[in-house]
Design a protein around this ligand. Structure first.
Ligand SMILES: Nc1ncnc2c1ncn2[C@@H]1O[C@H](COP(=O)(O)OP(=O)(O)O)[C@@H](O)[C@H]1O
Ligand SMILES: [Mg+2]
Length: 327
């Protein structure tokens, strides 16, 4: 039988959503069984692994078929499926709100039979690095549909007067292929309003967007993400089924985030109260990067233990380059 160490490794890789590592641990279990003379069991495990790998290639191929073509290719990028929601570290309330969207999406037929509309048009609001894109990607992974990202700022700059037509292309695509359509940098439709020469164009684009959004009855999830809610019209908020706010983590969440990122290391040397005081105000992205830096130091020092001083230094470094200091 697999030993507790294997079970632990399997659980950790599963929670992280790391398929490849999960399979490699499973292979180790098969090898161990074979060594102990349990050839039938070993064979069974290997067969299951092969089948899982084959299925994965197939689903990747399916996604390749979905690669945007033609006009659409210059407007959206397809992102690889990522971690599931469970592997993210989220405040309870935020996770519940995201799960509510997933539930309504999955049960949309039932809701529609009763003349109810699922929450499908969302506005994600929050500072850079607080997990908006990550959450959108995780929702796509949960629903087994692709994530297609449109960067509004880039589209507006590139296509100028044609932007509204380009938006139509994207909204048309939503009806053809269900997906999570993430309109990133949505504040681009607000920021430039006060620059005289762009006012007319931005307003037209915003109005088109809102019209398309209102008319859209596709099976896609539409998410607009913004770092700057203050640049958006309050009236605009009403156009979405749900406004979901993202924020930098509190201490408890920051610790959970770093622990999860450093799950494969010994952490007994860490003095959390000092680390968390130092990391106050850092975003999820910055905490993840600090954790990764400290993890790299451990690996390069051929140690399985993350050193307190290294992690503290990594957090300080992130603090120095914190965006709110430079803005
Ligand atoms: N809830 C979370 N759990 C785990 N990691 C997260 C979480 N939120 C953000 N991250 C990490 O931070 C990075 C940046 O997050 P991202 O989603 O790009 O932020 P945003 O889109 O809000 O700017 C991600 O690549 C991920 O590593
Ligand atoms: Mg983002």
């Amino acid at each position: 039988m697999p030993n507790a160490r294997h079970v632990l490794a399997l659980l950790k890789t599963h929670i992280r959503g790391d398929d490849q590592e999960f399979m490699s641990v499973a292979m180790q279990v098969a090898a161990q069984e074979a060594r102990q003379g349990h050839t039938k069991l070993a064979e069974q495990i290997r067969e299951l692994i092969d089948r899982a790998k084959l299925e994965r290639t197939h689903s990747q191929q399916r996604l390749l078929v979905l690669e945007p073509k033609g006009d659409l290719a210059s407007l959206v990028t397809l992102q690889e499926p990522t971690a599931r929601l469970a592997s993210l570290v989220l405040p309870t309330e935020l996770e519940a709100r995201l799960r509510r969207v997933l539930l309504e999406y999955r049960q949309q037929r039932r809701l529609r039979e009763h003349d109810l509309q699922p929450r499908r048009k969302l506005l994600f609001v929050g500072a850079p690095g607080t997990g908006k894109t990550t959450a959108a990607a995780a929702m796509a992974a949960e629903l087994h549909i692709p994530l297609l990202v449109a960067r509004l700022e880039g589209i507006i700059t590139k296509f100028m007067g044609e932007t509204a037509a380009k938006l139509r292309t994207i909204f048309d695509a939503m009806t053809i292929r269900a997906g999570v359509y993430l309109f990133d940098e949505f504040d681009a439709l607000g920021t430039r309003r006060n620059q005289a020469n762009d006012v007319g164009e931005i307003r037209r684009v915003l109005n088109s967007f809102l019209q398309f959004l209102e008319k859209d009855t596709s099976d896609s999830l539409v998410i607009a993400a913004t770092n700057h809610p203050e640049l958006l019209d309050r009236a605009l908020f009403r156009r979405f089924d749900d406004i979901i706010e993202f924020a930098a983590p509190d201490r408890e969440l920051a610790e959970a985030l770093m622990r999860s990122r450093l799950a494969n290391f010994e952490l007994h040397e860490l003095c959390w109260s000092e680390l968390l005081a130092e990391g106050e105000g850092l975003s999820q992205a910055e905490l993840v990067r600090a954790s990764d830096d400290a993890a790299k130091d451990a690996v390069l020092a051929e140690s399985s233990t993350v050193a307190h001083d290294r992690l503290l230094a990594a957090i300080r470094e992130r603090k120095r380059t914190h965006p709110s200091d430079s803005h």
